[in-house]
Each structure stands twice: as structure tokens, then as C-alpha cells.
Design a protein around this ligand. Structure first.
Ligand SMILES: Cc1cc2nc3c(=O)[nH]c(=O)nc-3n(C[C@H](O)[C@H](O)[C@H](O)COP(=O)(O)O)c2cc1C
Length: 161
């Protein structure tokens, strides 16, 4: 079943440097259909959906480990096998010396028109990854960005509208 985020909700989680969940808000826990105990300490990939191209997560990690924020549309899989799309901002957390100490993500309801654009894009990226690996998935995305003459975050923000 496809579930929808409520319009005014925020799904929030924090991770350590390895992407293990250190905090999840109540809405996260309810949407993911796990208990808090089942989530804390687990890798964030616990809710990974196999419709997500690997290239998106590579870009996510490359960006946040470089100290920058990233926006992304992500489909997640709940404990009971339900699916939900989110529009995420993922950012590093810094200590007072500017060292990255973890990451956090705040997610909102994606626009349906955005999902209609992202679905075929992810399908094409996944298809490319089957034969050409992550690099082929990245190429589908960078070709699109080149065609549009925009950066990745710029495109994602524009799609959400
Ligand atoms: C703050 C933060 C939030 C994340 N949120 C999600 C998420 O909601 N869903 C997801 O599949 N991956 C999320 N990830 C990415 C995962 O860490 C992981 O890279 C991804 O699930 C792919 O897993 P895999 O490399 O084991 O295939 C998040 C990472 C960080 C740092």
C-alpha cells in the first residue's frame, strides 16, 4: 500500500557519522511502522526501498560528507511492506570546531506532480545501474542536469515547486 505524509507533518531523524539512527520523531516512527527501540542504532537503510537508485544515495553521502546539504525525493519501505514518498533535506551537524559530528534529515510531503517526474527518472537510473553500475545511474542524472543547465539541488527544489 502507498501511504501519504500529511500536509503539515515533518518527519525528522538524526544519524551518527555512519548513518545509524540516533533519533527519530514520533511521525517517523509511526510512518515507518517500527517501534523506537527497533529503529535506534539501526542503519538508515532499514527503510530502504529497492525502487531507489544507488546513485541517489551515493550523491547524498558525497554531498553531506563534504559538509553540504542535499535535497532528495525518496521512496521508503515500512516494516510491514508499505511505501511512502518523502521530500527530504539532509544536512550535516557540526560541532563548535566545524567538525561533522552526525547528520539529520527533515522531510515533508512531496508534491504529486514532483513524484510523477521523479518516478520515471529513478526507473531509468535503476535500469542503467543494472548493467552499468552506480556510474551509469549517475550519468543518467548528470545528463539530465546538463540538458537542463541546472545543478542537482536546484532541479530538485524546482520540481517540488
Ligand atoms: C540523515 C540521513 C537520513 C537518511 N534517510 C534515509 C531514508 O529516509 N531512506 C533511505 O533509504 N535512506 C536514507 N539515508 C541513506 C542511508 O544511509 C543509505 O545510504 C541508503 O538507505 C542506502 O543504503 P545501502 O547503501 O545500504 O543500499 C539517510 C542518510 C542520512 C545520513
Amino acid at each position: 500500500m502507498i501511504k501519504q505524509m500529511a500536509k503539515d507533518d515533518f518527519i525528522v531523524s538524526k544519524t551518527d557519522l555512519k548513518g545509524r539512527i540516533t533519533y527519530a520523531n514520533r511521525i517517523f516512527i509511526d510512518m515507518a511502522e517500527y517501534t523506537e527501540e527497533e529503529l535506534l542504532g539501526q542503519p538508515h537503510s532499514i527503510i530502504r526501498h529497492d525502487a531507489m537508485p544507488k546513485a541517489v544515495f551515493q550523491l547524498l553521502w558525497d554531498t553531506v560528507t563534504a559538509g553540504e546539504e542535499i535535497f532528495a525525493f525518496v521512496i521508503n519501505r515500512t516494516k510491514n511492506g508499505n511505501d511512502y514518498w518523502i521530500y527530504a533535506n539532509v544536512s550535516p551537524s557540526f560541532d563548535e570546531n566545524g567538525t561533522i559530528v552526525g547528520y539529520y534529515s527533515v522531510r515533508r510531503m512531496p508534491n504529486q506532480s514532483a513524484i510523477a517526474i521523479v518516478k520515471p527518472l529513478y526507473k531509468a537510473m535503476l535500469q542503467a545501474e543494472k548493467t552499468g553500475g552506480i556510474a551509469a545511474g549517475v550519468k543518467v542524472l548528470t545528463d539530465l542536469l546538463g540538458e537542463k543547465g541546472v545543478g542537482y539541488n536546484e532541479l530538485i527544489i524546482a520540481i517540488q515547486g
